[in-house]
Design a protein around this ligand. Structure first.
Ligand code: NAD
Length: 275
């Protein structure tokens, strides 16, 4: 587990940022704003929650398990940050609506939303892909972004505007063998982002997509060493990225420093797409 959990357990440094994050964290002045982070207890989502909190935002952490969201929110609160944890499945429309409502009631509005929760799906070719697995990956990786974004837009309108960041992937731009549903979902996230940006610019809402290359998170950590080395070689920088490097881009997009950025796909991929 990254960041909060790691240094709390190992070094007793409650109140400090993680070693990696504090090397480059920039204060994006998010004081007085509330950020929702889905998939916020692990990997990229946890690093994003930490980075936004370090910039002063209150945090609503959404993820599948009650104990995990409560643990992450409690660790943020111990650092003086307002935070709540909400357990839900982001592909459940009613649960998403209720979670936005609870966030508004507890933290005073929604100003930033990072729709990051995702799953990988089975490594099978398009010709062999089971339908139930296809539907689950599309539900969790694409329909959830539509549902979360829809509910967040309502709350952001009431707040006078906001910034939505949807987690796509390099696989939102190119294909990848054995990843049909994931690749289709991430391409869909980019299209949804571009469309919403045009539709809600007049509401003061910016909507952008972030496209990480392969990032060293729990999603990839069970991978055999040989497969990992192959993945590393596909990036110009010859390594995987870190969750904190993705979080730094997300925090910029969340902030007023990115006030002219909307409707765009932002790669953060160590040069993966630059071939
Ligand atoms: N790790 C990578 O290489 C990589 C690359 C590009 C894009 N991404 C994307 O970044 C996002 C985060 O990935 P990660 O690598 O940090 O993975 P991760 O597995 O560490 O974290 C994903 C989180 O999402 C949560 N989640 C999954 N399904 C959910 C659901 N139905 N409802 C609520 N929460 C749910 C999980 O419990 C987990 O905490 C995903 O959208 C992923 O597709 C990851």
């Amino acid at each position: 587990m990254r960041g909060l959990h790691r240094h709390d357990a190992g070094q007793g440094r409650v109140g400090a940022l993680s070693n990696t994050l504090e090397d480059f964290v920039i204060d994006y002045r998010l004081q007085g704003r509330t950020a929702i982070v889905t998939g916020g207890v692990s990997g990229i989502g946890l690093a994003v929650a930490e980075y936004l909190a370090a910039s002063g935002a209150s945090i609503s952490v959404w993820d599948l398990k009650q104990d995990a969201v409560e643990q992450t929110a409690a660790q943020l609160r111990r650092r003086g940050i307002q935070a709540i944890g909400i357990a839900l499945d982001v592909s459940d429309a009613d649960a998403v609506e209720a979670a936005v409502q609870r966030t508004v009631e507890a933290l005073g509005g929604v100003h930033v939303a990072v729709n990051n929760a995702g799953i990988s799906g089975p490594a099978v070719s398009s010709g062999d892909h089971p339908l139930d697995a296809w539907k689950r990956v599309i539900d969790v990786n694409l329909t959830s972004v539509f549902l979360c974004q829809r509910a967040q837009i309502q709350a952001m309108r009431a707040a006078g505007g906001g910034s939505i960041i949807n987690m796509a992937s390099i696989l939102g731009q190119v294909g990848y063998q054995g990843s049909a549903a994931y690749t289709a979902a991430k391409h869909g996230v980019v299209g949804l982002t571009q469309t919403a940006a045009w539709e809600h610019a007049a509401d003061g809402i910016r909507v952008n997509a972030v496209g990480p290359g392969f990032i060293d998170t729990p999603l990839l950590q069970s991978m055999p060493a040989k497969a990992r080395a192959t993945l590393e070689s596909r990036h110009a920088l010859k390594r995987l990225g870190t969750a904190e490097e993705v979080a730094a881009l997300v925090a910029w997009l969340a902030s007023d420093a990115a006030s002219f950025a909307t409707g765009a796909y932002y790669p953060i991929d160590g040069g993966y797409l630059a071939v």
